[in-house]
Design a protein around this ligand. Structure first.
Ligand SMILES: Nc1ncnc2c1ncn2[C@@H]1O[C@H](COP(=O)(O)OP(=O)(O)OP(=O)(O)O)[C@@H](O)[C@H]1O
Ligand code: SF4
Ligand SMILES: [Mg+2]
Length: 340
């Protein structure tokens, strides 16, 4: 068992010239404390519980799963906005979890985040010029007139009027605000962007525009994305590969087409059965898999396979042994005792 695990892990995180990011056994537990004066730890929220994957240069890896499964925590732990409890995050071959001070600050420039809520993530008391100009200043990239020109250029790049620098976030629509968030992320010329549900808070009519913008920027600036979303329909268009997360674990990861055509994990199969198919003839015939029960608590996750309390394929072994994350076919990993 251990040998198979090592094999799977070494493949999932294999050093390769194509990989921009390599994540190994990444773990993020939030301590749960009790007591008013003497706080003692009584448990932990196991938000991310040992995940392995790589992101190739120039690709978009979609990360999908239900609310609370650990997607945002994964993104933040990669960018070192949280200090991971354990595991490794290598960016261009450099281990980030042990990197300190100035070296980490320089690395930060290469990795940015776009947030879900363009209302909450922009400071309402700052002008757009200052919001986008701040990272330029922090990283000493430009000053004075050159900075103003750079801000105007960034506004133009994301499709906004370059002369809006003195306006405040509330003067813009939701889609425009998200464009400001994108311009701010781009200001430091990053290589890697974690887009954490960047369209979930937007009107459906605006969502495609932001997706198109992100795709355009990706080819223009050779960006690599980790694109987080709730459901598989959102990431289908934009992702090269897709990872499916359940209760702190990645349960399946493969190239996009393979995942949508041959999902191996029962949880992925259930998520896919909820994605509408435009052809009414197929839509009528296909089987819906309705998941029963709630997602268990990450404080006390089920034994063995974490999905066993909701899985229609579960056998006795599923509650006893945690299935390994194994490369079932080339570039297709799944953690299930009965895949397929
Ligand atoms: N700072 C924190 N302190 C304690 N627990 C946290 C913290 N951040 C997240 N959690 C918990 O960790 C788990 C994973 O949260 P996370 O926000 O990563 O999920 P998510 O998949 O991004 O969910 P959503 O789709 O709702 O954004 C949840 O149970 C959440 O309550
Ligand atoms: S290991 Fe068992 S419970 Fe888990 S997904 Fe596979 S069949 Fe279902
Ligand atoms: Mg989230």
């Amino acid at each position: 068992m251990a040998a198979a695990f090592e094999k799977a892990r070494s493949t999932a995180t294999a050093e390769s010239g194509k990989n921009l990011l390599q994540v190994g056994a990444l773990t993020m537990h939030f301590p749960l404390t009790q007591g008013i004066i003497f706080q003692r730890q009584v448990g932990a929220v196991r938000a991310v519980d040992g995940i392995d994957f790589f992101v190739e240069k120039g690709e978009t890896l979609g990360l999908v799963g239900e609310s609370g499964c650990g997607k945002s925590t994964t993104g933040r732990a990669i960018l070192q906005l949280y200090k991971p409890t354990a595991g490794s995050v290598r960016f261009e071959g450099t281990e980030l979890t042990t990197l300190g001070g100035e070296a980490m600050r320089r690395m930060r420039r290469k990795m940015q985040m776009i947030f879900q809520d363009p209302y909450a993530s922009l400071n309402p008391r700052m002008t757009v010029g200052n919001i986008i100009g701040e990272p330029i200043e922090v990283h000493h990239l430009a000053r004075g007139k050159a900075k103003t020109e750079r801000v105007q250029e960034l506004l133009r790049i994301v499709g906004l009027n370059p002369y809006f620098t003195n306006r405040y976030p509330h003067e813009f629509s939701g889609g425009q605000r998200q464009r400001i968030g994108v311009a701010r992320a781009l200001a430091v010329e990053p290589e890697f962007i974690v887009a954490d549900e960047p369209i979930s808070a937007l009107d459906v009519s605006i969502q495609a525009q932001i997706i198109n913008l992100l795709e355009e920027l990706q080819s223009k600036f050779q960006l690599t994305y980790l694109f987080i979303a709730h459901d598989l329909s959102v990431v289908r268009h934009i992702s090269d590969r897709v990872a499916v997360m359940y209760l702190g674990k990645i349960v399946e990861l493969s190239d996009r087409q393979e995942l949508y055509e041959r999902p191996l994990h029962p949880y992925t199969q259930a998520l896919l059965s909820a994605v509408p198919i435009p052809d009414p003839a197929i839509e009528q015939k296909r089987k819906r898999i309705i998941l029963t029960g709630d997602v268990p608590s990450p404080v006390n996750p089920p034994t063995g396979c974490r999905f066993h309390t909701r899985c229609w394929k579960a056998q006795p072994i599923c509650s006893e042994a945690d299935p390994e994350f194994i490369e079932q076919s080339p570039r297709h990993w799944a953690a299930c005792h009965f895949p397929g």
